[in-house]
Design a protein around this ligand. Structure first.
Ligand code: ADE
Length: 417
């Protein structure tokens, strides 16, 4: 009969087993005392200190323990990669001399990742599903925390390990250079990223934008997929035309139904869309509440208007929402789509490093943001307000709120209504 495996979070008392876990994962066999070398005997007490400490990456707080009948039989050290760089700065020096070299290594993980760092199962309990149970616990934990990806590094000389990781859904996606070798990087997405499809006749206007800064990072972190479709690829016209003269003889060209319908229909055949948005100066005014609402959707289409407009029948039959970014007329909807995409994606949790900073943006609470300052405190005699240097958290928060209300009253009293 298969034994019952219980997986529980580690406590401080588990630090000695976690120290063994990380040593074994680093190829220093220490579980079997007869295999210990002078070197491993020297490192083990340091590893123990590292596991007992709370601010290292190998802290007991990052540990999971596998037990059978109350006996510890395996462990996993796994953690949110957000503060990995800082933790590594604390951890490596605790191991002593070689630490300088270690700090030169590639960063193994970072924000948006739950990193499975080290795992060990004591030899006589292997092949009983304990490793699988620990890995699944790590993946489940990451999913519960809403971290979009689980990642790990695997020694290329350990194909059995790679096979085990594959069996729980991880896939090899590249390599990184650590411990003097190219390790395989494996990952698994815990969440389906949001998807935005932008339909345009000018993809070259949108492409660079979506591959820059926060939007690029959010896609790399698997928080969002942004696809740009050239409407000319969907036209049945042999000259690749997507527009024609308007009926009734007024000036300008109108985008035809066929390419737009073909593109939207192809996308809708693949998945359900929450909204099919058309960018237009006569649409509903885009604002922060709308960005917040749209950022919680799964799949969005944004159709960029162009020329004189689009054939009205598309608006009647396919479009679910028309959005304007302001009371002025742009040459096309591409800039509007870019503005909307930026405002929507930056507030997906994990997009920007410090989530708090998205929440404290202007407009998030119907207030404009207070002034911000950085070093130096005195620049050419231009001084930073004293209160911000006081270190008094409560006074600072009160000052920020006063400033936010004052600026909003002066500049946007309509927001306070
Ligand atoms: N297309 C042209 N002008 C626009 C605007 N102000 N908002 C959205 N789409 C547009």
């Amino acid at each position: 009969m298969k034994p019952t495996i219980n997986i529980r979070p580690a406590t401080l008392e588990d630090a000695p087993f976690l120290a063994i876990t990380i040593m074994e994962a680093l190829d220093h066999p220490v579980y079997d005392e007869s295999q210990r070398t002078d070197e491993s005997n020297e490192i083990l007490p340091k590893a123990l200190k590292v596991c007992q400490s709370e601010d290292t990456m190998y802290t007991w707080k990052h540990g999971w323990i596998a037990e059978i009948d109350g006996k510890t039989v395996g462990a996993l050290v796994a953690y949110d990669g957000t503060d990995y760089a800082e933790r590594r700065q604390v951890t490596f020096p605790m191991f002593g001399d070689a630490s300088e070299d270690f700090l030169e290594m590639d960063l193994e993980t970072g924000p948006g990742e739950f990193y499975l760092d080290s795992m060990f199962v004591i030899p006589e309990y292997r092949r009983q599903g304990i490793g699988t149970a620990l890995l699944k616990k790590g993946i489940e934990h990451a999913t519960r925390l809403g971290i979009p990806k689980v990642t790990l590094a695997v020694d290329p000389h350990k194909p059995d390990n790679e096979r085990l990781y594959r069996s729980v859904g991880l896939r090899t996606t590249g390599t990184f250079f650590i411990f003097g070798e190219d390790y395989h990087r494996m990952e698994l997405a815990t969440t389906q990223p949001m998807r935005i499809d932008i339909l345009t006749v000018l993809p070259e206007m949108v492409e660079p934008f979506i591959h820059t800064s926060i939007l690029a990072r959010a896609q790399k972190r698997n928080l969002v997929e942004i696809h740009v479709h050239n409407l000319r690829d969907y036209t049945t016209d042999k000259h690749k035309r997507v527009d024609d003269y308007p009926y009734g003889g007024c000036a300008g060209m109108v985008m035809q139904c066929q390419p737009i319908d073909a593109c939207i229909s192809a996308l809708m055949a693949e998945r359900e869309y929450d909204e099919i948005i058309f960018t237009s100066p006569d649409g509903e005014q885009f604002n922060q509440p709308m960005a917040n609402e749209l950022s919680m959707k799964k799949n969005l289409i944004i159709l960029c208007g162009h020329f004189k407009g689009i054939d009205w029948r598309i608006r009647e039959h396919l479009i679910t929402k028309e959005v304007s970014i302001g009371d002025y007329v742009l040459t096309g909807g591409e800039l509007a789509a870019a503005v909307m995409t930026d405002a929507i994606v930056r507030i997906i949790p994990g997009s920007i490093g410090d989530e708090q900073s998205a929440l404290s943006d202007s407009f998030q609470d119907n207030l404009l943001a207070p002034p911000v300052y950085t070093r130096p405190a005195d620049y050419k005699g231009w001084k930073v307000p004293e209160v911000l240097l006081s270190g008094n958290e409560k006074l600072i928060r009160n000052w920020e709120m006063e400033q936010a209300v004052k600026r909003t009253k002066e500049l946007r009293p309509d927001l306070l209504k």
